[in-house]
Write a protein that binds this ligand. Sequence first.
Ligand code: BF8
Ligand code: SF4
Length: 662
Amino acid sequence: MVKERTIDPAVAEILEIAEAQGISTAFSRAEELKPCPIGHKGACCKLCGMGPCRLTKEGQRGICGATIDTIAARNLARMIAGGASAHSDHGRDMALTLLAAAEGKAPDYQIRDEKKLLEVAHLLGVKTQGRETMEIAKEVAEKSLAQFGQQQGEIIYLHRAPKKRQEIWRKLGIAPRGIDREVVDIMHRTHMGNDQWYESILMAGLRTALADGWGGSMLSTDITDILFGSPVPLMARANMGALSEDEVNIVVHGHEPVLSEMIVVAVNDPEMIEYAKSKGAKGINLSGICCTANETLMRQGVPTVGNFLSQELAMITGAIELMIVDIQCIMQALAPLTQQFHTLLVTTSPKAHVEGATHVEFDEHNALEIAKKIVKMGIDNFPNRRETHIPKQISHLIAGFSHEYINYALGGFYRGSFRPLNDAVIQGRLRGVAGVVGCNNARTCQDYSHDYVVRELIKNDVLVVMTGCGAIACAKSGLLSPEAAELAGPGLREICEAVGIPPVLHVGSCVDNTRILTTLSQMATEGGLGEDIADIPAVGFAPEWMSEKAISIGCYFVASGVYTIFGSESPVANSPIVDRFISEGWEKLVGGKLEFIPDPEETVRKALEHIDKKRAALGLVEYDPTRFGQSGDRLMRQFIEAMEAGLPVSPYSAKIPEPAKK
Ligand code: BF8
Ligand code: SF4
């Protein structure tokens, strides 16, 4: 039974314990609580007080007369708006932090990547010559913030897309005008008695998704890099074995690195470590869950204990003194668990209070002091620890691939370029590229689809980039380690060996999906693979999605020209018209299409078919794996040897990361 719920042995081990003790988890609740068959397929409208109207019969209409197509389209559009608002509000907070830092009001934050600041200033049209760093940072923050409230025109970052793509957006009228404006547009448009034509609703949905991908999320990634440094590859660890038997375990969970970066500083403070020792602990051990884990993993090498579906189980180990959460993907089930285990749950965002948790409001003006206060609460809780059960599982991975790094790794120090990547695709050494992203979903076996899809793709010489909980899933199963190159097809393996990268690249958290957009844009402008993202032999996957944010991400990939496959039944299945429009209809208009396919094998088959179709359209040689696989493996060896020796080094790393905390 447990085996059907997860492929992660650590989760399975704790699930057995939970079951034996009758502790409810998302896994058990998913079995008890069947999804509503009507809402599940998009056939329920509850947008006004005359409803909910549940359309179950052919040709039936809601009380206002709404058809199944209108209802399904409105539901999907509202999911996009929900997701876009979450990402973008996160981006806004990053911009506000940059502003406070630039004005000298957030003294604990610095500009860690000046080069990136100058690049972003250039992109946003901020003058840099003869100006102080903080002056530039202030204007970059203000310009970014203005993107949220902009009412007319179009958001600046659209210019980062290939010219042809921009023209498609303009011609269709889906170039976002301002980030917040597009979210409000959807909420208004889908209000009772407003836009009733599914096509118009769904095109507006794409515009809102673009405001997320090329707006709020992209700004978020850029500003995070400016404040905390652009990631470079480093070695890290994943899974519950990262929890410590004899140290104070503090876990960061949520999404915004503004707080977790300060926690990293606080747990390394010698005074804090001494204090922990005074309470009988050997030290402080920091780890993470979900996307804030990805943020600190990428930049600081902080290990991740698991992804979305691991959060309750991590607490059930009995080993966590304190779990700090900020925003998004925090299960409400955590608070009741703190009554059975000694863990303190601390909420920090004014936007995410949890009944039963302790709230310590975070304020960037006072960041380190608050972080230390929270860490101290965790240390004080150490003497309350009772019996623990920490699974031993731990995997090693290389994390921290930005598009800047991919550019430099492939092109070399002096001639950073996407040319080698494009050439590899052109020659057929790489069949294509894929982004595999998104959540866990308690309706499907945890991590199974991520693992399956990624293994099949790399076996077929498709280079995979990952973010979010998907990246954590594959980190846990070892696919983000250099050794995984042995599972890759001959062409991809050759590249991994020559360049010293794993076949699956961890590019960050969910807002960092924008790194994939930038990479694809650069591939399109580099030459040889057409002139638009839609021409590239590329696919997007969200095999185990559950969040509205995933829907927004999927839709901005589609609007950017990517065939994107979600691993579930379609949430608009009861409207075949809408279901067809978001695949065939969108493909005709924007070049990308959205499909929901529950069977992982079928998703891979369709993805490879699509990649080959794109290769043929570009006139590239047919993919033939027998032509490759003869090259040396010098750099790959270096990686593997370093890893076997337990050295936390990567031959390409600009920094030599400390093991997260010891
Ligand atoms: O933002 S992948 S479950 S943690 S929503 Fe949430 Fe989904 Fe995980 Fe990251 Ni993204
Ligand atoms: Fe029913 Fe129309 Fe109200 Fe929706 S908007 S709940 S379909 S009456």
